[in-house]
Design a protein around this ligand. Sequence first.
Ligand code: CUA
Length: 332
Amino acid sequence: MRRGSIIQLTAIGLVAGAICTAVALAIPWLPVSAGEEAHRIHFVYWFVTVICICVFSVVVAVLVYSVWKFRAGPDDDSDGPPTHGNTQLEIVWTAIPAVLVTAISIVSAIVLAQNGHAGTNPLIVKVDARQFAWNFTYPNGKSVGYLTLPAGRHVKLDITSEDVIHSFWVPQLSQKQDAVPGQHNSLVITPTRKGTYPVICTELCGLGHALMRSHVDVVSPARYAAWVKQSASASTGAPGLAVFSGAGCAGCHTFKPANATGKVGPDLDNLAQLAKQANRGSLEAFIKESIVTPKAYIAPGFPDAMPPGFGTSIPPDKLQQLVQYLAKGPSQ
Ligand code: CUA
């Protein structure tokens, strides 16, 4: 091959590589990385991307050079010279990809192993998924609808579901894990960057799937310690509110006293009016029926989305607290 051809090939490859690199760097493809595991996953992503850009540049250089240099003239109907392969070239284009793919496997395996490692003293938080809400239980027994985590500490999530399959995902923390009924899956996250990030259900789980959101507050260890204390003492508040949060009502319903803003089911601030419309006995009887046998009456304009199991999953005394809490209305 002449020296001029090599320079031309190299130039085309460099231009293709530069364009690709610009596209890779100019667009924010990934969310900010807010945890150790996310840093590692982003590293694998960029490792693979760099390899891809190199391979792409070589292919584009050869392709463009061939189209440009070996194009047949307008009147040239002749066949090209017969070729019978090139052993040297075939060995090269088999060996290089084999090395690259092996390198990607090794890097991925190391990252996968490290990302599953929770260290010796992880904070263990139980995660309960249900249609359509998340519930997080801390070591001191405090159960809340959103996560608060200290920056810099390994957190081991013990994830399960009470009904169908859901999946826990915080894009900024990268790790994902399915919530499967009757099974406990664990997921390690180590938040390092303070801030508030969304918790998303990433497994289609029913009508309210798209709204099955919560959030995680990553705070300093000192603020976390204060939050644990404060939330532990706050757990003695309105008993109905605890049932409301624990059952995940906020995932689908709006109710001002609970700061709930769900939009799948009817707005519970208007329960008195809804009960009148439904005309199915007293307000409390109507609320109880709607929780225990939701199919008995579906408010006009709303989907039949209320899970049917609350009559058994909420004990009778808690159910009574919840009914009273809701019956008191929005101004409590
Ligand atoms: Cu739960 Cu989608």
